[in-house]
Every structure is written in C-alpha cells, then in structure tokens.
Design a protein around this ligand. Structure first.
Ligand SMILES: [Ca+2]
Length: 261
C-alpha cells in the first residue's frame, strides 16, 4: 500500500513536472515558431496582394492631410508678399453627384469668397452644408489652420485630419494664396476610395489657379472686379517677368493624404 501510494505520488509529481515543463518550454518554442509563421504569412500576403482585408474596405477611413506650401521668396522673388501664406482650408468629402469647383468652370459665391478673401464660410457653411443635407456630401472641412499671428509660414507645412466615408469617396479642398487678388490652390473630386479599397496614401501637386473674379498679376489683395467672372484658369510664374496666365500647371504646393485609421 505504501509503495502504491508512493508510486502514485511519484507519478503525479512526474506528471505535474512534465506538464509544467512542457508549458514552460512551449513559450519559447512559440516565440521561435512565431517568426517562422509570420514569415510564412508575409509570403502568403505577398502572393495575395489583391486580397482585401476588412481594413481595406472599412466604411470610414481617417486620413492625415499634410499641406506643403512651396510658394516662397526663394522660388518666387518677384513682388513676393511679406506675409505670404495659404489661408483657411475649406471643402468637403462627397460623391460624384456634386462638384464645388473645377478648372474651366465659374466660381460659386463660396469659391469667390475663398479666392478673394481666404474665408471659407460660404463654401463650407452654405454650399457644402447644402450638399450634406441633400446627401451628396458626407462631411465638411473648415480648418482655420492659418492664423495672422504666424505670418511667416511660406514655405511651410500644416497638418490636419479628415474622416471620409466610402459612400462619399471624393475630396475637394481649397485654400487661398495670401496675399493675392483671387489666387488659390486645391483639389476637386480627388478619390481616396477606388477599386474597392482605400488608398494608403496620395500625394497631389497643387497648381496655382486664378479664380477669375479679380484683375491683377501682383500678389496683393483686391484688384478690379471682373463681371461676369472669367473661368477658373492656371497661373504661371516666370523669373524676371512675374505672374501671368498659363496653359501648363505651375506647382506651388502639395497635399499629402496618408491613411491613419
Ligand atoms: Ca484673377
């Protein structure tokens, strides 16, 4: 009987030791196995580039937007304003049933206010707001990212975030070049969800545009009003000659959209 009990105890102890030993050696084993598995998965992923994950097709995505202002005294010395900046940022995420501006089109009241003054109140609070109520826009962008207290932001960088729904996969954003009569940069109907998935990042060059509502080729505020307005058109800058109308884009900045969620 004693021997049986001893045998049982020994067996139990050995079993516990064995199980415990196994568990304790399983962890490092797992850690060794994991990278192998991960490598395998990465290889699988490489061969399945077109396989969409829930992340790729989520209803809502968040993008970090970085605006680069490359309009500087170094690149555009002629008549360069001392307080040069990109002004407030206005716009919307929307679908293809609405457009807020396009090259060759005529400015809306909101676009005219933006191009001439830098304010985006009419664009965001009236025109985009109306589109939201009609279901063609998902959200509005109204970022007071330029402040008069920080005038020397050219060339500079500003960052903000925007939320976008795949039912309204396009982005329209504009900002005035200050100071100027009616010059601006922006994007119109830029798709961030395309081919059934969200884009990881998009970088867009920003040509200089003329709103067509004010005369003048020097970057100062104001200028005679043009009635009726000219179409939105390109502006170029030629060293030694200054600004003028153009047929080719003259890039003064960039917008970089990077998906963060
Ligand atoms: Ca003009």
């Amino acid at each position: 009987m004693n021997i049986s009990k001893l045998s049982l105890l020994t067996l139990l102890t050995l079993t516990l030791f064995f199980v415990g030993g196994c568990e304790s050696t399983n962890d490092p084993d797992d850690k060794v196995v994991d990278p192998v598995d991960t490598t395998g998965q990465q290889n699988n992923d490489t061969t399945k580039q077109d396989t969409l994950t829930p992340y790729d097709t989520a209803d809502v995505a968040t993008y970090e937007l970085t605006i680069h202002n490359d309009w500087s005294a170094a690149t555009h010395p002629m008549d360069f304003p001392s307080d040069a900046h990109f002004s407030f940022l206005g716009g919307a995420t929307h679908n293809s049933d609405v457009s807020f501006w396009k090259p060759g089109g005529t400015v809306t009241p909101g676009m005219q206010e933006m191009a001439e003054t830098g304010n985006v109140t009419i664009l965001a609070d009236e025109e985009v707001q109306k589109a939201i109520e009609e279901g063609t826009a998902y959200s509005k962008v109204f970022e007071k990212i330029y402040t008069p207290e920080k005038p020397a932001i050219a060339p500079g960088v500003r960052t903000t975030t925007l939320e976008i729904h795949k039912s309204h996969p396009l982005v329209t954003l504009v900002t005035m070049l200050g100071a100027s009569p009616d010059w601006f940069v922006g994007v119109s109907g830029l798709p961030l969800f395309e081919g059934g998935k969200w884009k990881a990042s998009v970088e867009v060059n920003l040509p200089l545009y003329d709103g067509g509502t004010r005369e003048g080729w020097i970057p100062v505020m104001g200028g005679p009003e043009i009635i009726p307005p000219n179409p939105i058109s390109l502006i170029t800058y030629t060293p030694g000659q200054g600004y003028g109308s153009a047929t080719e884009p003259h890039i003064v900045g960039r917008m970089v959209f990077k998906r963060v969620q």
